[in-house]
Ligand binder design. Sequence first.
Ligand code: CTP
Ligand code: MG
Length: 232
Amino acid sequence: MRTAAIVPAAGQGQRLGPGVPKALRLLGGAPLLVHAVRALVQSRLVDLVVVAAPPGDVSTVRGLLDDHDLPKDVVVVAGGETRQASVRLALVSLPEDVDVVLVHDAARPLVPPELVDAVAHAVRAGAQAVVPTLPLADTVKQVDERGDVLATLDRASLRAVQTPQGFRRSALERSHVAADGADASDDAGLAERAGIVVTTIRGSAEALKVTHPIDLVLAEAILSRRRGDRAR
Ligand code: CTP
Ligand code: MG
């Protein structure tokens, strides 16, 4: 089986504040995107990576990835207006012989390669769609448009969802076609709507998404702990 990883990296990172697109922001001296791609290529099960870059930065991204000497095929395509459009543009560029697809946010630079392996393995073992999840630490309430509480949700049955999300290629393609323009914040959301069973595996706190400035503080701390561990 041939496995490709798609990396949506075309977002601006508005919640992170002004600056270059989020995938190009630095963490421990390297762009978030480079960390994410490195984690993916470290997985033995990933054969090829396709990055959906900000449309105005395709050649910058190409140059950055070349500078970092990655051991596998890394293709760069122009991303789209939404995350979903970026994934679709990468998906249509995949070679025909790819039959397993992982989708991993550039904004999750520190995903452990073991998690990448686990997701790829679950699809190779027969799952149509698989997502890494974690239990929630906070209580979650549903509110109305004024912010008044309507209900407290049952936390035991809720999960926070991460990437990489893994799919049989045919299932992911079917999900994107069935979406027909409707938007979902992740690919598994499209698969659910298309009637595909989505299974879960345990995620990792280190696969956190860099969304707000405080997330970079935590990511820097995780990275320097890893580097310290390696130096010892
Ligand atoms: N993404 C993308 N194409 C877009 C929008 C987002 O490829 N048009 C990617 C981002 O680059 C990121 C992932 O989707 O790796 C998750 O999106 P998010 O964390 O929301 O990133 P941004 O959209 O860049 O951030 P913000 O919403 O704060 O602007
Ligand atoms: Mg966004």
